[in-house]
Design a protein around this ligand. Sequence first.
Ligand code: BEZ
Ligand code: FE
Length: 298
Amino acid sequence: MAQLEAQDMAQAVIDRMADCKDPRFKEVMSALVRHAHAFAREVQLTPDEWMAGIQFLTATGKMCDEKRQEFILLSDTLGISMLVVAIDQARGAAALKDAPPDQRPTEATVQGPFFWPGAPQLELGADIGAGNPGEPAYYYGRVTDTAGRPIGNAVMDVWSGDGEGLYDMQKGPDAGMALRAQFRTDKDGNYRFWSIKPSYYPVPDDGPVGGMLHRMGRHPNRPGHMHMMLNAPGHERLITHIFVSDSPYLDSDAVFGVRDSLVVQFADHPPGKAPDGRVMSKPFSTAKYDFKLVPSAA
Ligand code: BEZ
Ligand code: FE
């Protein structure tokens, strides 16, 4: 039997997949093996370091339950979630790559762990921020396709943390839904609702991933943002955020999710009449953002 040298081991593992029936699985696993072996060779990994890595992954798995997904957080903080989002969007929008800027689809970003299906379906203009910490903010704009045609009846899920950076799901086991809803655009593609101006906040950092960030000399914070998910028949689903332009950490988002095209200037207003006629007794802000969806066939 021929003895394998370090540089030949990855290929030997790949060769054992000769009978694999699934070409895509084989392609992915071959690349994984090749890169993992190259990594171990590059850093000349020691047995103690490999064991520390296995213990870290074990602890990451043990931290996971239906409310906490530490592996996704690991993927997020290593930039892999955002990379996969970008690859996926580039694939879907390949035909539109060279389109003029006003016909490019809205950029996608990470979904994060705080989407909670089944949020209340509310009328356009409803206030989901009342009673929560944070400055009131009015969000409005239009949903169109990349050619600028309005998309009526598009379903828009919105969710965010509060003005102190906490999501409803982080407020204990008995906390109900807050600061989240589902709206439908009107026939001209318009949407509007009231919420709060979201604050920056740390990703959950009390587990193994938080320990890793600390050891890397990194902070765990994300800049303030409002999550949006748009679903419309005949169009690709869009999962994205709009980011608050004066928020700290725009340049160092812990999960690498910021896209310049998603940063929105929130206009500050003194107490008084809001764009929808509502009379505000305290200062508020307004954020306008138009979304462009990719037709499914593109
Ligand atoms: C969030 O934006 O909600 C989020 C995204 C990734 C990791 C943690 C939180
Ligand atoms: Fe978030």
